[in-house]
Design a protein around this ligand. Structure first.
Ligand code: NAP
Length: 247
């Protein structure tokens, strides 16, 4: 069985491709099945096709046990570029159990002029070059801005919980977003700085083009480092890799 660690569009696309190829070959029953795993952070997640399991494994030990119990033949980590813990856990668990492991990570955003790169969300909060902030780093990082005096427009998928900035408008939305929509949003809120993560992908890149057109500075958080595992940038390459490891 192939385990896809998911929570991204790429993970759903990979599941669709792997499930689809098994069915097209007419050998679904004799092929390893695919199971997609989600953390369970959002209440109404976009679900991949095929089997899905939801919730943590219980660290490296729990994941290693799960790989053994389910006779997993390969693991593809297609989680979000900022989901650092699960990627590190999966790398260790696969090494321990001897299961082939691949990281599928979309490329980061094409860098723009005058972007302020920072190493962490906490660093972004320390020195904001503006008073009206468009914040798209996600619900889990909102606490880092709790002590900031600026006004925030914070966009996220699920409602946030305190601590959070005192002066805040929360916008619940999942994307994808358009440049026109982002221009309208940023103009209407008189945004003068955008804070985001280098997530990459086209679903959320429109805000960067809108910021460029409006001359709004961008504070962008660098991706965390990856473990030293084989890494590919797109679903096609992940499908090919599954073929090479015989999964
Ligand atoms: P994280 O900090 O790397 O993971 C924290 C813990 O959550 C892990 O140790 C694991 O618990 C569990 N977990 C995470 N991803 C899992 C998965 N796909 N299946 C099963 N358990 C998982 O992760 P995160 O940043 O909270 O992200 C959680 C999920 O949301 C990921 O699947 C990611 O793809 C998605 N996501 C994250 C972001 C982001 O900005 N971080 C954005 C969009 C989507 P155990 O140790 O108990 O196994």
């Amino acid at each position: 069985m192939i385990l896809i660690l998911g929570g991204t569009g790429e993970a759903r696309e990979l599941a669709r491709r792997v499930v689809g190829s098994s069915v097209a070959d007419g050998v679904a029953a004799s092929r390893p099945q695919v199971v997609s795993s989600l953390a369970g952070r959002v209440s109404n997640p976009a679900l991949p096709v095929g089997e899905v399991r939801i919730g943590g494994f219980g660290g490296v030990d729990g994941l290693a046990q799960w790989l053994r119990d389910n006779d997993v033949s390969a693991v593809v980590d297609a989680t979000h570029p900022f989901a650092r813990q699960i990627t590190s856990n999966a790398f260790e668990a696969c090494a321990r159990v001897g299961v082939p492991f691949l990281i599928l990570r979309r490329p980061g955003f094409a860098p723009g002029d005058g972007w302020h790169w920072v190493d962490s969300v906490a660093d972004a909060a320390r020195d904001l070059p503006g008073a009206r902030v468009f914040l798209t780093t996600g619900r889990q990082d909102l606490a880092e801005f709790a002590a900031c005096p600026q006004w925030f427009l914070a966009r996220m998928v699920e409602p946030p919980e305190p601590p959070m900035p005192h002066r805040i408008e929360v916008l619940l939305s999942r994307g994808p977003f358009t440049v026109d929509g982002e221009l309208e949003l940023m103009r209407s809120r008189e945004i003068d700085v955008l804070v985001t993560k280098d997530s990459g992908g086209e679903m959320t890149s429109a805000k960067l083009e809108a910021a460029r057109q409006l001359g709004v500075p961008v504070v962008i958080v660098r991706r965390p480092p990856l473990p030293p595992a084989e890494t590919v940038a797109d679903v096609d390459a992940a499908v090919s890799w599954l073929g090479t490891v015989g999964a």
